[in-house]
Ligand binder design. Structure first.
Ligand code: F6R
Length: 240
């Protein structure tokens, strides 16, 4: 794992955007796995600037990690809307080349199978962007006694519901289930760009990077991936 230490969030966002841009320049038809959450917002803003300066998204395909079950694409907190507002609406990516699991699918299990097959049909993911949850989740793969391999329908833990309630009017409105790429789906990506910022992630980052590989800390499996670049600010790295 390469670790790039930045002084703050702004620098981490810029460095991560450079790495993503380099991937797209080297392979214009890259399949990029994307994440939502508060951490990548600055990186997406940097990518929008790069697009205005000539970075070409016209051949890029994206697959997002996850989506809430029961939220329509236009819902304020759906990940589809997040992606449209933070990236897709501002760069020259073809809308039909942007993919997220369908949170409104009548049969969530069948949707997981479809999404997994879609990723395979695209030839897999060239570079996957990841953040980390306070409990060590990646995507919505929550701490467990086993690693869930493929795209699956997940019941969110109380900790994640609590953490994500900041985006909703009340805790009750946070969906209890989500569709998420599985651990193997993520680990099959050619490269992983792990972006972690802020002091509140310091303890879990230490466990993920230095602790045992265990499904109790899903991100710890990244220790076994051959090409992970961790971009983290000084606060996030403060416990290492
Ligand atoms: C988002 C995702 C999550 C987040 C994680 C960190 O698509 O898959 O694993 O990366 O919850 O979220 P933030 O950045 O809001 O702390």
């Amino acid at each position: 794992m390469r670790i790039i230490r930045t002084k703050d969030y702004a620098e981490a966002s810029a460095v991560a955007a450079e790495i993503m841009a380099a991937q797209i320049i080297l392979k214009p038809d890259s399949v990029i796995g994307l994440a939502t959450g508060s951490t990548p917002v600055g990186m997406y803003a940097e990518l929008v600037k790069k697009n205005q300066a000539g970075l070409d998204f016209s051949s890029v395909t994206t697959v997002n990690l996850d989506e809430y079950v029961g939220l329509a694409p236009e819902h304020e907190q759906s990940y589809r809307r997040f992606m449209n507002e933070n990236l897709f609406d501002h760069v020259n990516i073809k809308p039909e080349n942007t993919h997220l699991p369908d949170g409104m699918a009548a049969d969530p299990e069948a949707e997981c199978v479809r999404y997994e097959a879609l990723i395979k049909s695209l030839g897999g993911i060239d570079m996957q962007l990841l953040g980390i949850g306070h409990n060590g989740h990646i995507g919505f793969n929550e701490p467990s006694d086993h690693f869930v391999l493929d795209t699956n329908c997940i019941s969110l833990t109380e900790r994640t519901i609590e953490a994500n309630s900041r985006f909703f009017a009340s805790r009750d409105e946070v969906p209890r289930r989500a569709l998420s790429m599985g651990i193997r789906t993520i680990m099959n990506a050619g490269r992983i760009l792990l972006l972690i910022t802020s002091r509140e992630k310091a303890e879990i980052l230490k466990k993920a990077v230095c602790g045992p590989v265990t499904p109790a800390v899903p991100a710890s499996i990244l220790q076994l991936h051959k090409d992970v670049t961790l971009v983290a600010d000084a606060e996030a790295l403060s416990a290492l």
